[in-house]
Design a binder for this molecule. Structure first.
Ligand code: C5P
Length: 231
């Protein structure tokens, strides 16, 4: 299946990104609203961005007791969003409750389970008490998420192959940790280039700073789309 871009809007307000978004209408389909914008502007920013014609991926990375996460899923169900994230490390019961809330309140919403953050290195993971390599922990969390009823995961492109070997083929894999050749990694550690991630089988690439910190973000988004659609 083709690989698509999810453009990350890590900014405090939709106003900061609207000029670029207007130029990308019709070129980019999906945008990601994350903690920075949502904690500053709340549900209104989601409605505003959806009003510009984009599909919204709401990256709240929910992680709490099952009842609280289920209620949060019910609370965002009225928003115009197509994807919502939660942390698989919240455990099986938390994910089952979230899936039930999604099925009841937002049947068209895709819940995605974040496995190991792409900023986490093997040493960083070990410091939390998980001595297995990141790929092994990602597969463990991925299995747990699928058993709990999720049908999509967020992982590094480095873990696509082991997840594909372990999970049903219809599981959607969404990958941040994307860095064009020669770009700086910033706080990300488990990274891959856009072309390599697309070749590895990612369904969606989540890309922020390599686009918005480029001298011309619109040109950078177009170049990235060309790179991932090249045969
Ligand atoms: O700027 P950059 O391309 O690194 O942005 C990546 C985005 O993806 C950030 O908004 C971050 O919150 C998100 N993300 C991530 N790793 C995950 C899940 C989400 O980097 N595992």
């Amino acid at each position: 299946m083709a690989c698509d871009l999810i453009l990350v809007l890590d900014a405090p307000s939709p106003r900061d990104v609207t000029p670029a978004l207007r130029q990308l209408q019709g070129t980019v389909r999906w945008v990601k609203v994350g903690l920075e914008m949502f904690t500053a502007c709340g549900p209104d920013c989601v409605r505003e961005i959806a009003g510009l014609g984009f599909e919204v991926f709401l990256d709240l990375k929910l992680h709490d007791i099952p009842n609280t996460v289920a209620q949060a899923v019910a609370s965002v169900a009225s928003l115009p969003i197509g994807m919502l994230t939660l942390h698989t490390s919240g455990g099986r019961e938390m994910m089952e409750w979230a899936v039930r809330a999604q099925q009841q309140h937002a049947p068209h919403l895709r819940l995605l389970g974040v496995t190991v953050l792409t900023s986490t290195s093997a040493a960083g993971l070990a410091a939390t008490g998980v001595s297995d390599p990141p790929a092994q922990q990602v597969v463990r969390l991925g299995r747990l998420a699928i058993d709990a009823g999720l049908r999509g995961l967020v992982c590094s492109p480095l873990e696509i192959a082991p997840l594909r070997a372990a999970l049903p083929p219809d599981v959607v894999l969404v990958t941040p940790g994307i860095r064009p050749a020669g770009a700086k990694a910033d706080d990300q550690t488990r990274v891959m280039t856009p072309a390599a991630a697309a070749r590895a089988g990612a369904r969606y690439l989540v890309v922020g700073r390599p686009i918005f910190q480029a001298p011309d973000p619109v040109a950078a988004a177009r170049a990235l789309l060309a790179e991932i659609s090249a045969p």
